[in-house]
Each structure stands twice: as C-alpha cells, then as structure tokens.
Design a binder for this molecule. Structure first.
Ligand code: NAP
Length: 250
C-alpha cells in the first residue's frame, strides 16, 4: 500500500482526503491511501515519519507551509522562489519540497472570465501574509501585476493595514489567503470596504469550505466577480499526485 496524507492544524475543514478517496475509487487505484495527520506542533513531524515509514508523500496546509521547510532536505526551484511548501515527496533519505499552490492558483485564475484578471499589469491586494499568500504573490508578480499585502500587523510600510483600505477604485483583484470565514466559523469575513466593490473587481477566496464564504457573498452582492478555492484545491492535488508518481508537469 502506498500511503500519502495531509499535515496541518486543524484539519476538520479539509476536502483533500475526500478528493483522493474519490480519485482512487474513480481511477481504480487500489494500492494507495490518503490520510489526514493533524499535528498540533510541526515538531511532531519527525515522530509521524517514524510511525509511518511507508509514507511516500504528503501535502502541507495551514499553518505549516513555511514551518515545514527546515524539516526538508531539498526544495525544488519554484518552492525555493516562493518560500513555502505544500507538497513533500519522500524518496529514500530525501524529503523534497514543492509548491503546487502556484500551479493551482495560476490555472484557476486564468480560467475566470477568459483570463480577464490574468492579463498583465493589474493591481492586486493579498489579504494575509502566510504560506498560501506567498504562492499567490509569486503567481501575480509573474503575471506582471502590482501586489500589496494587507495584514493585521503590517511588518513595514509596504504592507497595508485593514484600516488603510478606504479606496478600492484602482484595485482589480483581491485575493483572500486568510482563514477568515472558513468552516466552522462561517460568520466571519475580512474587514474591507465592501460598498466599494464593483464589476471591475475579482474577489478570489482561497477557502472552498463553505463554497460561498461571507466574503464572496458580500462581494457578489456588490457586483464583483467571485471565485472560490475549490478548483485550485483540485488542481494542486492533481499536481501533487503527479509529483509523487514521477510525472511532474512544468
Ligand atoms: P497561514 O500560513 O496560517 O496564513 C494565514 C494568514 O492569514 C496569516 O499569516 C495571517 O496574516 C492571516 N490570518 C490568520 N488568522 C487571521 C484572522 N483571524 N484574521 C485575519 N487574518 C488572519 O495559512 P495558509 O496555509 O496560508 O492558508 C490560509 C488559507 O488559505 C486557509 O484557509 C487555507 O485552507 C487556504 N488555502 C486554500 C488552498 C486551496 O487549494 N484552495 C490552498 C492553500 C491555502 P496576518 O497575520 O499578516 O494578518
């Protein structure tokens, strides 16, 4: 049996195990399983690897996409450039980190309204400054967008506070990479001036559970285009599977 899985904390919201169970059943893959491994601390990873010597690869989610890096022997070029890892391939004594959120977010963004918000030179806000935010920033900069982070605790003058968000008329794209609104706390949403959103804007929420977060509901009510994180989840999971099976795509 080839064992794969997901580390993070908490993991109750995650669809990854269900995604792989359906994939294995649909494609007749009988020799693989995918489990969730909630780790209260990243330091528990060494123990997990000792307990499961048959583990061939795992995904990494909130809040360990950056914290996992010291536990790896090598990063591929994209993960090194991003500075965050959501996919690890275990081979022999090697623990190699990849970032398939880049492919997942990029392809999903290109699919919205014929790629309207993937055309170069647009202005983007990224809500949150964690591991997923780094993959989003990497994709947006590659597209030639300008990118500004919004944080609860801005580290320097280049990062905005939520209270700085008064005028969204020059913004094209807002990407939520915070867990605000994720199940079970679906009553929450980021503190942005919703009344300023229009059809010019795309609001992309990386959350997929629930499908329509309060952020997306309020954005849609203001006339903005919306996209949730479900397609991104599926794309990054398929890209992880390809890596674990030696079929990595560029
Ligand atoms: P993370 O590393 O913990 O980062 C989350 C960031 O959000 C934090 O750095 C923080 O930035 C901000 N934040 C945290 N709690 C907050 C709160 N209560 N209010 C406002 N901001 C808060 O997590 P991650 O791995 O980047 O994941 C973030 C989210 O994206 C999760 O919901 C995850 O499920 C989702 N995600 C989805 C996909 C997909 O395939 N659809 C892929 C990756 C991630 P500041 O401290 O700067 O405010």
């Amino acid at each position: 049996m080839r064992r794969y899985g997901l580390i993070g904390f908490p993991l109750g919201h995650s669809f990854s195990k269900g995604f792989f169970a359906e994939k294995f059943a649909r494609e007749g893959i009988a020799d693989a399983c995918y489990d969730t491994f909630p780790l209260a601390q990243i330091g528990e990873l060494a123990n997990l690897l000792n307990q499961h010597p048959d583990l061939q690869g795992f995904n990494v989610t909130i809040p360990y996409k950056e914290a996992v890096i010291p536990y790896l022997t090598r990063l591929d070029a994209t993960a090194a450039a991003v500075g965050a890892v959501n996919c690890v391939h275990l081979t022999g004594h090697e623990r190699v980190g990849y970032n398939t959120d880049v492919l997942g977010f990029g392809q999903s963004l290109r699919g919205v309204q014929g790629g309207r918000w993937a055309q170069a030179g647009q202005h983007a806000l990224i809500l949150g400054t964690g591991g997923a935010a780094k993959a989003v920033e990497y994709v947006l900069r590659q597209l030639g967008h300008t990118v500004q982070y919004v944080s609860r605790t801005p580290a320097d003058a280049s990062v905005l506070a939520y209270t700085d968000l008064r005028d969204l008329s020059h913004i094209d794209l807002i990407v939520n990479t915070t867990p605000l609104g994720m199940s079970p706390h679906t009553e929450r949403c980021p503190d942005i001036p919703y009344e300023q959103l229009t059809a010019r804007h795309l609001v992309f929420d990386l959350i997929y559970n629930p499908a329509q977060t309060l952020l997306l509901q309020r954005a849609a009510a203001s006339g903005a285009a919306t996209q949730n994180g479900l397609e991104m989840l599926h794309l990054q999971a398929e890209a992880s599977w390809a890596i674990w099976n030696g079929q990595q795509r560029g």
